[in-house]
Design a protein around this ligand. Structure first.
Ligand SMILES: [Zn+2]
Length: 61
Protein backbone atom coordinates (compact mmCIF):
# COMPACT_ATOMS: atom_id res chain seq x y z
CA UNK A 1 0.00 0.00 0.00
CA UNK A 2 1.25 3.46 -0.81
CA UNK A 3 0.10 6.98 -0.16
CA UNK A 4 -2.14 8.22 -3.01
CA UNK A 5 -0.89 11.73 -2.48
CA UNK A 6 2.91 11.42 -2.59
CA UNK A 7 3.08 7.81 -3.91
CA UNK A 8 5.56 6.88 -1.22
CA UNK A 9 5.27 3.92 1.09
CA UNK A 10 6.37 5.72 4.19
CA UNK A 11 3.17 4.88 6.06
CA UNK A 12 2.87 4.30 9.77
CA UNK A 13 0.02 2.32 11.27
CA UNK A 14 -1.81 4.34 13.89
CA UNK A 15 -4.94 2.25 14.32
CA UNK A 16 -6.77 -0.86 13.15
CA UNK A 17 -7.58 0.65 9.76
CA UNK A 18 -5.71 3.90 10.09
CA UNK A 19 -2.37 4.95 8.69
CA UNK A 20 -0.28 8.08 8.68
CA UNK A 21 1.94 9.29 5.87
CA UNK A 22 5.19 10.62 7.29
CA UNK A 23 6.07 12.31 4.01
CA UNK A 24 3.03 14.49 3.47
CA UNK A 25 1.53 14.32 6.97
CA UNK A 26 -1.91 13.08 6.13
CA UNK A 27 -4.05 10.51 7.84
CA UNK A 28 -5.39 7.58 5.81
CA UNK A 29 -8.42 5.60 6.93
CA UNK A 30 -9.30 2.35 5.23
CA UNK A 31 -12.98 1.47 5.15
CA UNK A 32 -14.30 -1.47 3.13
CA UNK A 33 -11.33 -1.35 0.77
CA UNK A 34 -11.61 2.37 0.26
CA UNK A 35 -9.24 5.01 1.51
CA UNK A 36 -10.29 8.26 3.08
CA UNK A 37 -7.64 10.95 3.34
CA UNK A 38 -7.57 13.66 5.94
CA UNK A 39 -5.16 16.43 6.68
CA UNK A 40 -4.54 17.11 10.35
CA UNK A 41 -4.68 20.82 11.02
CA UNK A 42 -2.62 22.60 13.65
CA UNK A 43 -5.61 22.73 15.99
CA UNK A 44 -6.13 18.98 15.67
CA UNK A 45 -9.15 19.12 13.39
CA UNK A 46 -9.36 17.11 10.19
CA UNK A 47 -9.84 18.37 6.66
CA UNK A 48 -10.88 15.81 4.08
CA UNK A 49 -8.75 15.50 0.97
CA UNK A 50 -10.96 12.95 -0.80
CA UNK A 51 -12.22 15.57 -3.25
CA UNK A 52 -8.72 15.94 -4.67
CA UNK A 53 -8.50 12.34 -5.85
CA UNK A 54 -10.20 10.13 -8.38
CA UNK A 55 -12.31 7.25 -7.12
CA UNK A 56 -9.89 4.72 -8.56
CA UNK A 57 -7.02 6.20 -6.61
CA UNK A 58 -8.85 5.71 -3.34
CA UNK A 59 -10.41 2.36 -4.07
CA UNK A 60 -8.08 -0.48 -3.13
CA UNK A 61 -10.66 -3.21 -3.44
ZN1 LIG B 1 2.01 10.84 1.39
Amino acid sequence: MHCPNCKNKNLGKIGVNQFYCWDCFIELTLTNGRLSLNQVEEDGSLTTLDDLFEDQELNLG
